[in-house]
Design a protein around this ligand. Structure first.
Ligand code: FAD
Ligand code: SF4
Length: 517
């Protein structure tokens, strides 16, 4: 055996750099389903199922192309349980001259594989991942000498470098770089109207086997497989992309930040897992969206807003991850050490917005961005949860959860635990924000306008408590000055009442008040 090509669960592209120069006569593919990847964070069933189903389809395609695939299944008696131990055992058995792979998406895995290769004395050739617009080296260059890393500047550079939504004269199409201001509307009172059905892919035999395996082997893990319909092959992912461009993209912009009870899918793309598994290249997604604008099938605000998420945010968080790791995982700027409430794993809470966000997360392995950022994420930040616990939850629950994407979003964007490296201020808000962007508060036993009393919205109590607890560092931030200044309106009694109720919330003493509103 010449080269053993390692293919991880988020590297499922036949044209990945790891396959460059692949010779079926001399080389073979190595893939492994290992329990550690579902256990080191307590992964939900949908998350594990998406990875395993996609891996098995990819392995089948590789075999179909005449490649030898050494594939270890999760319930095989010989399974060693971790990448490191499984690879070590297989290296001893197969004795390849070399190991080849596309760069992994997680620091921990990269370290483990490198150490295993070193211990076996076999060279590991790690190649650049071409499934991104920006390489880690290019991002490092962009970041050099900058104290803070703002997405907006990076995004403009990317638009120019890749000629996306640019005029022939090198100007942004429409004269503006950013149409965010047009994309922050709430739904009208009567609701979002007719939301197009999401693309669903009924499980085939391979996926059904995986679903049964996950139910059997990971029976105690949270989440449900009852509605599992995610794309797990490239053909399905391409179909999902086409449907999104035709049916959802035109409505994407307006409703980007809006929430509606029982409507998890709205006008979002649901393509993150397909891109993260590498079933889709982000370039083909961006090209399809720009083509829809040029053909006048979608408005500029929607298309620019969507492209910014991929060419901007997605590439940027990856750059932040690889330029900041491994230390980033330990950042905790506001010294938050509270445990994550248990009900994050069950949805058992009377708070209507949180219940809906967690229910859809566990049922579908999905919640849209504002639910992640301004509901589950905001609550954890205001409560003062240890960022590492928040991180372990986000990495466990979503079908798109891969550490390079998840960690900067969680620790940096949603918890502000990096002290402002990514965001210029914490996304701190009271229940009034959720009330503005959704109708949840109307059916909730709490009142978003109240900060004290039994029926005060816990977000609102905790928001004021957050400002009180962190007054000094927040007052030094110009963009928080107005919010902090409002503290001056509170007298000592009210401050005490806020702090007492916040303590009670942290102890878990908050129940739905009797006689709901
Ligand atoms: P859409 O809203 O339709 O957006 C289109 C695409 O843009 C997405 O598919 C995604 O690829 C990309 N995108 C949008 N926002 C971001 C962002 N902030 N960072 C990176 N890519 C983005 N995304 C992940 O892919 N994996 C994660 O593990 C993950 N964890 C998150 C944790 C927190 C706390 C937060 C606030 C956000 C997280 N995100 C993560 C980003 C974002 O919420 C999801 O990418 C998005 O909700 C996926 O749904 P969609 O495909 O319908 O996205
Ligand atoms: Fe959420 Fe507070 Fe509104 Fe209830 S009142 S839905 S907890 S924001």
């Amino acid at each position: 055996l010449r080269n053993l090509v390692i293919v991880l669960g988020d590297q499922l592209a036949a044209d990945a750099s790891g396959f460059d120069g692949f010779d079926p006569a001399q080389d073979a593919v190595w893939m492994a389903e290992v329990g550690e990847e579902s256990m080191h964070v307590w992964s939900t069933k949908p998350r594990t199922a998406v990875f395993l189903a996609a891996m098995r389809h990819f392995a089948a395609d590789q075999r179909g192309a005449g490649h030898t695939v050494h594939y270890m299944e999760l319930d095989d008696r010989e399974n060693r349980g971790t990448f490191a131990d499984q690879l070590a055992a297989d290296l001893a058995r197969l004795q390849p001259a070399g190991l080849v792979m596309t760069e992994p998406g997680e620091w921990r895995v990269r370290e483990a594989l490198q150490q295993t290769a070193d211990a076996a004395g076999i060279p590991l050739d790690i190649r650049v991942d071409r499934h991104f617009f920006c390489t880690v080296a290019e991002f490092t260059e962009h970041a050099a000498g900058r104290a803070t890393l703002r997405m907006e500047y990076f995004y403009r550079e990317m638009r120019e470098r890749h000629g996306v939504l640019m005029t022939d004269r090198g100007q942004p199409v429409g004269g503006r770089w950013n149409y965010d201001a047009d994309n922050r509307k709430a739904f009208p009172k009567q609701g979002p109207g007719l939301v197009p059905p999401r693309a669903t892919f009924p499980p085939d035999d391979i996926t059904r086997d995986v679903l049964a395996l996950v139910e059997r082997e990971l029976a105690e893990h949270p989440g449900s497989l009852d509605t599992f319909a995610w794309p797990v092959t490239r053909a399905q992912a391409l179909e999902a992309l086409e449907l999104f461009i035709d049916e959802r993209l035109p409505g994407f912009g307006d409703a980007q930040d809006a929430m509606w009870p029982g409507e998890p899918w709205l006008w979002h793309a649901h393509l993150s897992s397909s891109m993260n598994l590498k079933l889709l290249h982000p370039r083909e997604v961006v090209v399809a969206a720009e083509a829809a604008y040029r053909a006048e099938r979608a408005p500029l605000a929607a298309v620019e807003g969507f492209i910014r998420q991929i060419l901007g945010w997605r590439e940027y968080v990856r750059g932040v991850y690889w330029t900041q790791m491994p230390g980033y995982l330990q950042r905790n700027a506001f010294e938050a050490f509270e445990p994550l409430p248990d009900w994050y794993w069950t949805g058992d809470t009377p708070m209507a917005c949180l219940k809906d966000a967690i229910d859809t997360t566990l049922e579908n392995g999905y919640a849209h961005h504002i639910q992640r950022l301004m509901v589950t994420g905001l609550y954890a930040m205001l409560l003062g949860v240890d960022p590492r616990e928040v991180h372990a939850w986000y990495l466990a629950v979503y079908v798109d959860a891969v550490e390079w994407a998840e960690l900067p979003n969680t620790l940096g964007m949603s918890q502000y635990a990096d002290g402002g490296l990514m965001g210029s201020k914490p996304y701190a808000a009271s229940g009034k924000y959720i009330d503005r962007m959704s109708p949840y508060c109307k059916t909730c036993p709490f009142d978003p306008a109240k900060r004290t009393g039994d029926d005060a919205c816990p977000f609102t109590t905790l928001y004021w408590d957050y400002l009180i607890r962190h007054e000094q560092p927040l007052a030094e931030n110009r963009r928080m000055a107005l919010q902090v200044k409002n503290l001056g309106r509170l007298d000592d009694d009210e401050i005490t009442a806020i702090r007492d109720r916040a303590d009670a919330i942290r102890r878990g003493d908050v129940a739905a008040p009797k006689g709901t509103r």
